[in-house]
Ligand binder design. Structure first.
Ligand SMILES: NC(=O)c1ccc[n+]([C@@H]2O[C@H](COP(=O)([O-])OP(=O)(O)OC[C@H]3O[C@@H](n4cnc5c(N)ncnc54)[C@H](OP(=O)(O)O)[C@@H]3O)[C@@H](O)[C@H]2O)c1
Length: 347
């Protein structure tokens, strides 16, 4: 259906419009092979299974991830296979390896993409940056995308709670004439809230911007800046952390999620209200040039190249650990660990 978001009309699909029974009917003859059992793999595979679809998991053996799949109830030789065997058995291949891992496995996946199958992504990365990744699917398969707007962990958690994470969907190539039904059915099957339409390019550029921006990069940057200013002016770690992070995550954001920011501004003290109204625009103006620089770096392919170069290195996980340690050992997040322990529900 078409829905208005402000004055812009968009194509969306709701669960009422495309119920689970219809999704099951569309995919009744398909074998959905979820390739990779990292973060998205478990969320999507388990939700599909619990929703009654025919799902198998493909995962390389001899890694901890294989054991995790077994622990989650996937049975070796029945519903859990080596990657190549899963590629052979699946009629829909859900390519949920890390984006760097997808480059490495592509020759194997391509070999098993026989006419009529579908290649499914949760990120537009591999296909959009095909010159860098080499991922160029054959013409007689569907190439589709469902990108849950959140972590695979939340996708599963919200499904179990009877809620749903919103996802975007896109069709890059309709090789069979069935791509639209297949992609929407899969979007409903993995437990999406509502689905909104995009294309592979827009998905990848918005996603790379969002995760580097307000969702992860910018938010940590703003936390660190405020925390440092408070500490430099003699505030204790407890006070600085509570005023910077804890109040936001525990109290305000759930309310903003429920009601929007205007409600939040209307339902705080008049002192907070005046200050927030005066200061949000200077913060917007100060950070906008950084967001413009970021978007440009995404648009020119620089961010994709950097990801491919660093994530494909053998010592990627070792170097990552060192960078995460820097964050974990920072005073702000050390304070955070103590504050989390002190939450009544953790005692
Ligand atoms: N993370 C999220 O919540 C999220 C959200 C939205 C969209 N997405 C998209 O979903 C896709 C999957 O992301 P993810 O975060 O779930 O990935 P991830 O956790 O990094 O994926 C790890 C999986 O890929 C396998 N793998 C990595 N390199 C491999 C290689 N060279 N050969 C064989 N297997 C390899 C891993 O196996 P081992 O453990 O054996 O190494 C593991 O099964 C990506 O396209 C991502 O952009 C992710």
């Amino acid at each position: 259906m078409k829905l208005k978001f402000g004055s812009t009309e968009e194509n969306v699909v709701t669960r009422e419009e495309f119920p689970l029974e219809k999704a099951r009917e569309v995919l009744k003859d398909e074998v959905i092979a979820v390739l990779g059992y990292g973060v998205q793999g478990p969320g999507q595979a388990l939700n599909l299974k619990d929703n009654g679809f025919n799902v198998i998991v493909g995962q390389r053996k001899g890694s901890k991830t294989w054991d995790k799949a077994v622990a989650d109830g996937w049975v070796p030789g029945e519903t859990l296979f080596e990657l190549e065997e899963a590629c052979e058995k699946g009629t829909i291949l859900q390519f949920l390896l890390s984006d760097a891992g997808q480059i490495a496995l592509w020759p194997t996946v391509k070999k098993h993409l026989t006419p009529g199958k579908a290649l499914y992504f949760s990120h537009g990365f591999g296909v959009t940056y095909k010159e860098k990744t080499g991922i160029i699917p054959p013409a007689d398969v569907d190439v589709i995308l469902v990108a849950p707007k959140g972590s695979g962990t939340s996708l599963r958690r919200m499904f179990v709670e009877g809620r749903g994470l919103n996802s975007s969907y896109a069709i890059y190539q309709d090789g069979t004439g069935k791509a639209k039904d297949r992609v929407v059915a899969l979007g409903i099957g993995v437990g999406s809230g509502y689905l909104f339409e995009t294309d592979f390019y827009r998905e990848v550029t918005s996603d790379l911007t969002g995760e580097r921006g307000t969702l992860m990069g910018a938010i940590q940057g703003i936390f660190a800046a405020q925390y440092e200013v408070l500490r430099a002016n003699g505030h204790t770690p407890s006070e600085a952390f509570n005023e910077t992070v804890e109040e936001l995550t525990q109290s305000l954001m759930p309310l903003v999620a429920e009601n929007g920011m205007d409600w939040m501004y209307a339902n705080c003290s008049t002192t907070a209200q005046r200050g927030a109204l005066d200061w949000w625009k200077p913060f917007r103006d100060a950070t906008k040039p950084v967001f413009e620089e970021l978007y440009n770096s995404v648009k020119t392919g620089q961010e994709a190249q950097k990801s491919i170069d660093s994530n494909s290195k053998e010592d990627y996980r070792v170097k990552l650990e060192a960078e995460l340690k820097e964050l974990r050992d920072s005073e702000m997040w050390q304070a955070g660990a103590v504050v989390r322990q002190l939450r009544p529900e953790n005692n």
